[in-house]
Design a protein around this ligand. Sequence first.
Ligand SMILES: NC(=O)c1ccc[n+]([C@@H]2O[C@H](COP(=O)([O-])OP(=O)(O)OC[C@H]3O[C@@H](n4cnc5c(N)ncnc54)[C@H](O)[C@@H]3O)[C@@H](O)[C@H]2O)c1
Ligand SMILES: O=P(O)(O)OC[C@H](O)CO
Length: 336
Amino acid sequence: MSKPVKAAVFSAGSWGTAFGMVLADAGCEVTLWGRRAEVVDAINSGRTNPDYFPGVELPENLRATTDPAEAAAHADFTVLSVPSQTLRANLADWAPLLAPDTVLVSLMKGVELGSVMRMSEVIEDVAKVSRDRIAVVSGPNLAREIASRMPAAAVVACTDEAVARRLQAACHTPYFRPYTITDVVGCELGGAVKNVIGLAVGIADGMGLGDNAKGSLITRGLVETTRLGIEMGADPLTFSGLAGLGDLVATCSSPLSRNHTFGTNLGKGMTLQETIAVTKQTAEGVKSCESVLDLARRHGVDMPITETVFEIVHEGKSPVVAVKELMSRSAKPERR
Ligand SMILES: NC(=O)c1ccc[n+]([C@@H]2O[C@H](COP(=O)([O-])OP(=O)(O)OC[C@H]3O[C@@H](n4cnc5c(N)ncnc54)[C@H](O)[C@@H]3O)[C@@H](O)[C@H]2O)c1
Ligand SMILES: O=P(O)(O)OC[C@H](O)CO
């Protein structure tokens, strides 16, 4: 009999816990690293993560620890699911503990502030592993729905297709259907920019601007994501796939999306501080609107929706003024 695949998941937040369940349901032996002893104890003794999914029973082959060395030991896959802006510091602590041939898997959807690195680039930089040992999982994957074992598809990206196929097999369950892809750049950009567009759609929803505005923002948001992607060497077709359009539609339609909800609160007139105060989990677009805009400027790409979100979130621009400005931009053909 072959040995079960071992996976370490850092950390026991919303997506880390839900993806850990997926791996366990697919037959892996999963160790979840959590920062807080009470969460780890609840997972091990009560088989639930009370902070994120109270009432959801976790599989027996998923256990938790506060010891990163214990989590990392002998892992075939080391899955990283922390806020994008803390990854560098977290991984610097964990890198010496990684199993020698482990594949590092990013679940994160963000771009690092300052360096404008994608998460797989941060992983390569900090853990000093080659690109063919770094994979990305992305797509329309609202953690709460996945934890309820509701059906979803995803993409598993790695420049080495054989590695992507191994990860695909390790996370394929009756409710989670992963496809492989080798366009890591496109997958990561799709995920990071959709959070910014999710904020924009949330703002429009909060203002009561209607479904035509939503459809327009999703479509034009995808256009500007694709424009940046092409400049960065991504395959434009990736953006009409699960990591692009698929994720945008889920995020922009769902009250479960933290980015969408964050934007809705802003659109209803809450201040940034009030909105941050009622947001319990990571809404990546709040910081990534700045790094994505920075990335766009460095590549000479026009991203008017991203720029507008940045101005509303970080410069206090009124959403009403922002909508007027976006609508009065100079007329142009659709495909330019
Ligand atoms: N939640 C989802 O539905 C979902 C789905 C797909 C992708 N993602 C992406 O997954 C990533 C993680 O998001 P999440 O939803 O799990 O967020 P979360 O806020 O639910 O969990 C983040 C986790 O990181 C931990 N954490 C926070 N700051 C830390 C620090 N400084 N050091 C170490 N650990 C720290 C928290 O304790 C928590 O366990 C994000 O990039 C997000 O975009 C989320
Ligand atoms: O809750 P959000 O806005 O971070 O979105 C979660 C996932 O990325 C949806 O695929």
